[in-house]
Design a protein around this ligand. Structure first.
Ligand SMILES: [Zn+2]
Length: 159
């Protein structure tokens, strides 16, 4: 860390002390260049990613829950467990990137992310997921989506 006295980046830690709840660490440091002593604090980044539902309620992002939904839509489909796991890892990463600054992702965004992945993986699972999670506003929209699928048009582009 940069010495507040001389600006040198070389220091040694003299003492580290964790707070009672274990959420932060206080370190006493000594500059190797000028021997100035200073303190730094480390805090745990503990804001979880929250999923904002349509009615405005928030719940923590839950990969297990997402996995159950995905597995359900893939029931009896010829998709390997490995592909499913890979997909879930990608989803987790992408959701974290989307929610990087706000720590939030809308359920709709998350759902569309899942749909894009499922679309590439298995079309039947895609339709199942979309219908179970009511990703569409109404029946007409859903039917339109199915028609688009059968026309082999990418359903989730720029809208
Ligand atoms: Zn210094």
């Amino acid at each position: 860390m940069r010495c507040p006295h001389c600006g040198s980046l070389e220091d040694r830690v003299i003492e580290s002390r964790e707070n009672a709840s274990g959420t932060s660490i206080r370190r006493r440091r000594e500059c190797l260049a000028c021997s100035y002593r200073f303190t730094s604090y480390e805090h745990i980044e503990e804001k979880p990613l929250m999923v904002v539902k349509r009615d405005g309620r928030r719940e923590p992002f839950d990969l297990k829950k997402l996995e159950r939904g995905v597995q359900k839509s893939l029931e009896k489909r010829p998709v390997s467990q490995e592909s499913v796991e890979e997909m879930l890892h990608e989803l987790e990463d992408e959701a974290a990137i989307v929610g990087k600054s706000t720590h939030e992702i809308s359920a709709k965004e998350l759902g569309e992310m899942v749909l894009r992945k499922l679309y590439a993986l298995d079309r039947v699972a895609y339709v199942r997921f979309a219908s179970v999670y009511r990703m569409f506003e109404n029946v007409e929209e859903f039917v339109k989506e199915i028609e688009r699928l059968s026309e082999n048009v990418t359903p989730l582009g720029d809208r």
